[in-house]
Every structure is written in C-alpha cells, then in structure tokens.
Design a protein around this ligand. Structure first.
Ligand code: PEP
Ligand code: MG
Length: 765
C-alpha cells in the first residue's frame, strides 16, 4: 500500500491541472482498493454546495453538474462530522439521497473520507461497491492517508485553476495572462508594509527544475540554441564521467546507467517535445520542465517497477540539463525594472541583499513569515512584501499584473482597473504620509507627557548607513554582522571586518552603534561553512557557534575593537544566549581580545556589553544575567518563536506566531522589570519594535529604547508623539488582563484609529 500511495502522490504532484489531479486520484485509488466507484466532491464556498468533480464508476457526464446542499446527503454528513463514514448499505441510511442520473442505484457499500486542509473541509473522497460488505479498516485507513496527503495538492491545483481564470488568454507578446474571475485576493502574511502595483517576475532561487516558471521566450531561436548547447554539454559531461569511472576500475555494469542517460538524451521524444514547447513560445527552461514532468508522469503510471524506477533518472537528467542551461541563461534578476514584483517560493536574504532596491517595487513569496530574515531585510529596504501565500501559483504568474498589499498580506492577480486605481490612490496617500513622517526626522520620540524613547535603527548592510543617518535615528541599535559574512566566499579576516565596522561606526559617531557578534545557524547559513542539522533553530546557532570556534570569535571581537579606536561608540551584543556560562565565556574572550590589543599598543576602550533575550531560559535568569552586562536587548523574533514553539519561517504555522499573545507580553514585561531592578536598560530590537501596535505596549512597559528598521522608524516616532506614557501604561494593564492576542489587537487598533493614527497600520491615511 505504501508503494501505491507514494506513486499516486508523486504522480499527482507532477500535475498542475485541477481536473487532471482529481482524475488521477479517483482512477488510481479505485484500482488500488478494488472498489467499483471512486469519486471526489469538492465544496464550493460561494454556492455553499458540494459538487461532483471527478468519478471513476459513476456517470462521468455529470462531473461538474451534480451539486449537493451542505445539509443533505451522505457527502455533506461526512463533511459535517469531519470523520470518515463507513457503511455496508448506504441506501439504508436516513441521510442517503439518490441521484438516479449518476447510475448509483446498484452500489451499496459506501465510505466517505473528509479532505481537510488547515482545519477546513475542502471536499469528500468517496468509494462505493456493489456488495453489501463494509470496506475494511485497511482500506479506510489507506483512504484517510491519501486524503490527508493530497489535500495540499488539491489546494495548489485549485489555486491555479479556480482563483485564476479557467481560460488562459494569450496576448500579442505570447505571454500567458491569467484573469481572476472573482477578484478575491490570495491571502498570506504581511511581510513588509506598503503597497506595490507592478508586473510579476517569477524567480527561483533553489535552482530546482521543478520550480522553474513558464516564461515567454524573448527570442525563440536563442532559446532553442540554449537548449541544444545544454544538451550537448550534458552529453559530453556524461561521456567523460563514464570513461573516467571505467578507467578508475568501476565495473562496466555500474557505469551502464550512463549509457541509459545518453540514450535518453538522444531520444526524439525528449528533444522534439522540448523544441515544440519552445516553438510554442515558452523559454527553454520552462519547456524542459514541462517535457520532463510529462515523462515522469508517463513512467510513473507504468506497472513495471523497473520502468517506474527510471522516474528518478529522468528527473536527475532533467536537472542536469537545467543546471547547464542555468549557466548559459541566467535567471533574469539583472533584467528587473522599476515596477517589478518578485514572485518566488522563497528567496535567500543573500540574493535580496544583492538586488538594487530601486529595481523592484514589491515581493510576494509562497513561503516564509513576518519574521523570516528575508522579510526583515525587505522591511529594512522598504520594499512592500507579502509572505506565506500558500496558494501562490508561482510558475504561472510571470508577466501578470499584481497588487501586493504588505499591510494586510493580500495579493491581487491581474485585478480590474478599479482595484488598481484604488491602490494607486492609496500609494499616493502613503507618499504624502511618508513626506510628513520624514519631516519628523529631527524631532525626538517624546510622548505627550514628556517621556522620550530613543529610537535606533537596525542595520546590516553598509548601504543602510546613509538612510540611517537621514532617518533621525539616535544610532544603530542592532547591526547584524552576518550579512557581510554571507555575501563572501570565505570568512572575512580581521582587517576586512574592521574596515566594514569602522565605516559604520565612523559615519554615525558619536551616536552609539551596537554590533552583534556573528549569528549564523538557523536560517542564516554561510556557503563556505555549511551546518547540516535536522533542527537548525534548536541547534548550533549564534553564540554557540562562536564560542565553539574561538578563533572566528576572537577575529571578530578584535576587528570590532580595532574599528572603535578613537570613536568609542561601540557596544557589543551577544546573540542566542541560553545560559549564564555563555555570557561569562563571551565576556572572558572579549576581555582577552581587549588585553591583547592594549598590549599591541592599540588605544582601545572597553565597549559596553549586552545580551540578547531570545531564548526563554534567559527570561528566567534575567536578574543574574542583567547584573553581568551593561544592557539588554530583547530579540522578539526568536523569543516568540521559542516561547510559542512556532518556526518563524514556516508559513503553515504563521497564524500561531503571535507577538501580542499574553504569554509573550508577560515575558517581555518580566524581562524589563527584572533588568530595571539591576538598573540595566532594556531595548527591543526584534520586529515588534517596528510594529506600531506592539510598540505602544513596549512604551507602556517602560522600555528604555527601541531599535527598528529605518523604514518603520518614522511611524513609531509618530505613534509615540501622539500618545502619553500614562495612556500606554493603561493599555498594558488592560492587555495583561485579556485572554488572547485577538482581543488585545482589537483594543490597540481601535485606540489608534480613535487618535487618527490608522494610517500607521493599514494602507492609506
Ligand atoms: C531577533 O531574534 O529578534 C533578532 C533581532 O535577531 P534575528 O532576527 O537576526 O534573529
Ligand atoms: Mg534572533
């Protein structure tokens, strides 16, 4: 059964069309369980009815035409119960309804399995047989397993077909345009505030052939050449690899696979089919992806296990050709223009750091969440971003017009003129608001009752420095040193690092700069220092890595100290601390670096030292840790992730990542209160500091300073200048009596709207 299950899932996942997906499921499942009928009914939200979408065994003419009310019939009963129903004679059941045209009179045994995705019932998978014998437990369990596995594939195929028009329209440039019929937006998470209206460019950073989008070929001849060259290079590579292995003494039979590859490369079906697709207007990589997935489907369907095994070879071969092509025909990041909206499954922070900000107006990602590093970077760059759009049909969007609403996490695909007009109006209002906010840059963040909260900027790129200076930030509250490490091919040396840090510190002096020591691991990796772990966020991260590699740590600490000579505005922050001894060890190494430099004749000052609160264990050791350092900085991005056990990058659980959850607020308040008892100031440098709603509460909890992206800073300043500390404290007291994040958010939203500050948390003024 497992083998069958795998084959069905594999086949379905290589298909994108909804009706094909459903058809494969019903045919394969019926055969696998030896039933007389297998059907799928999907729920239509607008009509509040179930519709027969595929069947093998009933009257296929009625697919799409049989509708069932959500309160009648066995199918809806299964959905209501969200539980499988297994009957020996369905016709005896009081909820049974007979659809005579379906020809189902002769079927008695019935089992119905709800197909659910994220708690929502999408439809029901039904098997029926003529006999009056119930389906076995094994069959029911098999159906439950398959329904659970296929729900995601159905959602994806639905997103491509139902949310986009059923018909593809071809414009004069042969690009494929999709028109949404109902103009409902796709929903994700707000990644970076702002609105973008522009044209989608689908990109892949994973370089997986499977993730290659369709894209109109700019020049069909060129694309054919790209494909031919790639084919020839792969052919040469395989030949030389094969003869190399033979001369290394590998038995001929082990090398035979390469002959099979060569045969496949020369096969007319592979070449002709790809060429045809290029001639039809797709670029070479898209055409290759289509051909390979057709081959995979064909071989996967065969009953011969040997031929099924070839699926993997075909996939590998396709990937090899694509890799070659990729070298010839770079994905078009360099061709981005001003109104481009990047659409991707995911992109790396490194890739984003490489893009000229002026070249894109927005980003829409299928994966990720508000606190993934790519979202943080997008906020730092001021690029409106929507993340975690589960239903995003990445491959089909290239060239389509999009509206990305980074406040509400909504994406409109090829919207009608009135939606574009409305969003363009909001964009001009935003520009007005930004202009007014810019005018605040030389004013302090002082509340109505005269409490001033210094606002610092988060940074990590040298390019951030000018905007930081112009933003009116009091300094840099978090400089993520890993970015300069990420864009290199090896660890930067003492001199190299020192130069970067000096540039940052000198341009801001005498304003303070907080340099955080290297925080790699988790979702930040260095290509030249791979860390392979099953559970990277609970693994070797931040201070754990640098304490284990004192040579790397010492170079960085020395570079920071050397950079600070004569400026004396350096503060050093340790990330991912989870216990007291790590703080002791880090301070000891810093002390050692300092003494070394003094002995070498540098005129260095000992910097202020801080610890990040990111791991819950630190919350409970706050007084002791605070007593060892000069300042505390709360990294709410990780603190929430670890407190709530919600992966900050996982779109599937992004709804559970709640910065306003009472547990989070209580923990933060505890940190601030305890550190204050040791007379140690506390800052927040996580993304909460840049969210106006959360920042009111931080103000009311007596936070000493906030550090946020330059793009968010003016909004936070505006909010602080419109509240009194007293009011903010009142909101904290109220919030801490509330049960959940939802009510806390509503209370804060209505407070901001009452003050006329709604424009800080949504589009428009
Ligand atoms: C945090 O965890 O809140 C933080 C600021 O660090 P990073 O986002 O770089 O992990
Ligand atoms: Mg962190």
């Amino acid at each position: 059964m497992l083998q069958t299950l795998r084959r069905i899932v594999q086949e379905v996942n290589s298909t994108r069309d909804l009706s094909q997906v459903l058809e494969i499921i019903v045919r394969r499942v019926k055969k696998a369980i030896e039933a007389d009928v297998c059907s799928i009914y999907l729920f239509d939200n607008d009509e509040a009815k179930f519709t027969l979408m595929a069947t093998d065994g009933l009257n296929e003419q009625l697919v799409g035409q049989v509708h069932m009310e959500s309160s009648a019939g066995l199918v809806s009963l299964v959905a209501q119960r969200t539980d499988p129903l297994n009957l020996d004679d369905a016709q005896e059941h009081p909820r049974f309804e007979l659809f005579t045209d379906l020809n189902e009179e002769r079927f008695h045994s019935f089992t119905g399995i709800p197909i659910t995705h994220h708690r929502e019932v999408l439809g029901v998978l039904v098997a029926q047989s003529e006999s009056r014998i119930r389906f076995s437990h094994d069959v029911v369990n098999f159906l439950v397993t398959i329904a659970a596995q296929l729900a995601g594939s159905i959602i994806n195929a639905q997103a491509t077909r139902q949310t986009l028009t059923l018909s593809k329209q071809t414009d004069s440039k042969q690009s494929t345009t999709f028109i949404r019929q109902d103009h409902r937006p796709l929903t994700g998470q707000p990644g970076s505030p702002g609105i973008a209206v522009g044209s989608a460019v689908s990109i892949t950073s994973s370089f997986s052939l499977n993730a290659v989008p369709d894209r109109p070929a700019e020049n069909i001849e060129d694309e054919m050449i790209v494909f031919r060259i790639a084919l020839e290079s792969v052919r040469q590579d395989i030949k030389s690899l094969s003869s190399q292995l033979l001369s290394d003494g590998l038995p001929t039979e082990d090398v035979a696979i390469f002959d099979a590859y060569l045969l496949m490369l020369d096969s007319n079906t592979l070449i002709d089919s790809t060429m045809e697709k290029i001639q039809a207007g797709n670029w070479a990589a898209g055409a290759l992806r289509e051909t390979i997935s057709e081959h995979i489907k064909l071989f996967g369907e065969m009953d011969n296990p040997y031929l099924q095994e070839r699926v993997k070879d075909i996939r590998d071969l396709g990937q090899c050709i694509f890799n070659q092509m990729h070298g010839i025909n770079e994905l078009p990041l360099k061709k981005l223009s001003k109104d481009t909206i990047i659409v991707a499954e995911d992109i790396s922070a490194t890739l984003l750091a490489d893009i000229e900000k002026t070249n894109i107006s927005g980003i829409v990602l299928k994966n990720g969440s508000r606190t993934s590093h790519v979202a943080i970077l997008a906020r730092a760059m001021g690029i409106p971003t929507v993340v975690g759009v589960n239903e995003l049909p990445v491959m089909q969007l290239d060239g389509n017009q999009l509206v990305a609403d980074g406040y509400n996490g909504k994406v409109y695909i090829s919207p009608p003129d009135n939606i574009i007009k409305e969003y363009s109006r909001l964009i001009s209002q935003e520009e007005e608001l930004s202009q007014e906010l810019r005018e605040l840059s030389d004013k302090p963040a002082t509340t109505i009752d005269e409490v001033t909260i210094p606002l610092y900027a988060n940074s990590g790129l040298v390019a951030d420095i000018t905007p930081t200076k112009e933003s009116g930030a009091e300094g840099i509250g978090l400089y993520r040193t890993e970015y300069p490490f990420m864009i290199r091919q090896r660890f930067p040396g003492e001199e190299e690092q020192s130069k970067i840090y000096r540039e940052v510190m000198a341009s801001l002096a005498p304003r303070p700069v907080v340099l955080r020591t290297l925080d790699i691991g988790g979702d930040k990796s260095l290509s030249y220092f791979p860390i392979e772990e099953d559970n990277p966020f609970l693994g070797w991260r931040g201070i754990r890595v640098t304490l284990d590699h004192p040579e790397i740590f010492m170079i960085q600490l020395r570079a920071m100290l050397i950079a600070s000579v004569g400026l004396d505005n350096l503060n050093i922050l340790f990330p991912m601390v989870s216990k007291v001894s790590e703080v002791e060890d880090a301070i000891n190494l810093l002390e050692r670096a300092y003494q070394e430099l003094l002995a070498e004749g540098y005129n260095v000052e000992m910097p202020k030292v801080g610890v990040m609160v990111e791991v819950p264990s630190v919350v409970f050791q706050m007084r002791r840790i605070a007593s060892m350092v000069d300042f505390i900085s709360i990294g709410t991005n990780d603190l929430i992730q670890y407190l709530m056990a919600v992966d900050r990058n996982n779109a599937n659980v992004a709804d559970l990542y709640e910065s306003l959850n009472p547990a989070v607020l209580t923990a933060i308040k505890q940190v601030i209160d305890q550190a204050h008892q040791e007379n140690v100031p506390v800052s927040v440098c996580g993304e909460m500091a840049g969210d106006p709603l959360a920042a009111i509460l931080l103000l009311g909890m007596s936070i000493d300073s906030l550090s946020t992206s330059v793009a968010s800073l003016p909004r936070i300043k505006w909010m602080i200048r419109n509240y009194s500390f007293h009011e903010a404290k009142g909101l904290v007291d109220k919030a801490l009596t509330m049960k959940n994040a939802y009510v806390i958010k509503s209370m804060l939203t209505s407070s901001m709207e009452k003050k006329g500050l709604g424009g800080l948390i949504r589009a428009g003024r």
